[in-house]
Design a protein around this ligand. Structure first.
Ligand code: ADP
Ligand code: MG
Length: 400
């Protein structure tokens, strides 16, 4: 895999795939605002380098899931504005490939153009390799060199991620390089005990991850919404908590597999339950084996959080993906806070993956520099940890 430094970019047009898939919200006056600019900041080392080298840069990114047609609410305009502020120079937003070509002819070395949400074009995510290749060909014609720096998308076979890398001299950007190094070291020979903390809401997504992690880790600590499918698999009633009943047999399989291998799968011993999904709901702490009917578990309880913090402190390596509770609401943020603080204080190697987990670290005011690595890639980081091949990295390995 080439590093940025291996390519001569001065005066060239460099196409950079970045991950600007940031969370957006409407402010009081109805403007789209970026609630967590972490992914934009993560791209800056590569962009600063290219600027210093005098490259002309075309940035390609996606936002949300526009399903292959133009959706103004998913425009990258707020990103272009934020980026202009970070870089201290105007970054123009090109509505389409033609406009990008025109703008690139005008920019000076060191200046950048951002192409509008690439997923407005259905070919970007098409399953048909010919359709993707057609888009990749149009994009490649705009530049001389391709740099892959959107770690959050390297697990995807997509026109601006893989197909374009086959058409131009290609290199990994600073972010992709750093992420690959960190996750590569976790796959190789992580310091033991190797502990993975899993939470969040995407229960079925992450259940498949667990099967692939069991052979690699020493301990799994389970929190968040998925914990309830585990508790249900052990025969406990979970009230109105998140539950994917159809996954219970899968979870039973994991628990057996873990037991055979002597791997601890830690489940909550207590739970913060609420009578409805709201910040001002009635709240109680109950044993995990005694969740009352009509109540829903929205956070791990304090005894669980303490146990998980102890295991994190004792770990050689800890990877954390997925909040322990609905941390966006204060009454359900304690479990996530305790785990995040334990990560920050842990002597072992600490890695956080997952957009919401990274956002939790920032919104809860945890010292980011106390954590060894906060990944920008949720799905990509999990697939890397599972030992799956990531097409966006493989294509860079193969690049001449
Ligand atoms: P990440 O982005 O870090 O991978 P996910 O997207 O999987 O994390 O999940 C994050 C979401 O999970 C958060 O919005 C949080 O509110 C939600 N969540 C965590 N615990 C629960 C729970 N017990 N019930 C419902 N939602 C939960
Ligand atoms: Mg998420």
């Amino acid at each position: 895999m080439h590093a940025l430094e291996d390519l001569d970019v001065a005066g060239k047009v460099v196409i950079v795939r970045v991950d600007f898939n940031v969370p957006l919200a409407d402010d009081e006056s109805g403007n789209r605002i970026i609630t967590d600019p972490g992914r934009i900041e993560a791209a800056l080392p590569t962009l600063d380098y290219l600027r210093d080298q005098g490259a002309r840069v075309l940035l390609i990114a996606h936002l949300g899931r526009p399903k292959g047609s133009v959706d103004p609410s998913l425009s990258l305009a707020p990103v272009a504005e934020a980026l202009s502020q970070y870089l201290g120079t105007v970054v123009d937003l090109a509505a389409d490939i033609d406009q990008a070509r025109t703008l690139l002819e005008r920019v000076s070395p060191g200046e950048m153009v951002l192409l509008e949400n690439i997923r407005f074009d259905p070919r970007e995510t098409s399953k048909d390799p010919l359709e993707r290749a057609a888009l990749a060909g149009e994009l490649a014609e705009l530049g001389d060199i391709y740099v892959s720096d959107g770690f959050g998308v390297v697990h995807r076979e997509q026109a601006s991620v893989t197909d374009i890398a086959r058409l131009l001299p290609s290199a990994a950007g600073r972010l992709v390089q750093r992420e690959s190094e960190v996750f590569g070291s976790l796959l190789g020979d992580p310091a033991r005990p190797y502990v993975v903390v899993l939470g969040g809401s995407k229960v079925s997504d992450k259940l498949s991850v667990i099967g692939n992690l069991i052979p690699r880790v020493d301990r799994l600590l389970i929190g968040g919404g998925m914990a309830f499918t585990f508790l249900a698999a052990q025969g406990y009633s979970v009230g109105d908590s998140l539950l994917e009943s159809d996954q219970i047999p899968v979870v039973e399989g994991f628990l057996e597999q873990a037991e055979r291998r002597g791997i601890e799968v830690a489940l909550p011993v207590d739970v913060v339950v609420a009578d409805r999904f709201a910040a001002d709901a009635q709240v109680r702490v109950v044993p995990a084996v005694a969740i009352p009917d009509g109540w829903m578990g929205l956070d791990i309880g304090p005894a669980t959080a303490k146990r998980y913090a102890e295991r994190i402190a004792a770990a050689g390596t800890v990877v954390w993906n997925g909040p322990m509770g609905v941390f966006e609401m204060t009454p359900f943020a304690s479990g996530t806070r305790t785990v995040a603080e334990a990560m920050a204080a842990a002597p072992g190697m600490t890695v956080v993956g997952g957009g919401d987990s990274a956002a939790a670290i920032r919104t809860l005011g945890i010292e980011e520099s106390a954590i060894d690595h906060i990944s920008t890639g949720g799905g990509a980081s999990l697939e890397f940890l599972e030992g799956k091949e990531l097409p966006g990295l493989t294509v860079l390995e193969d690049s001449a």
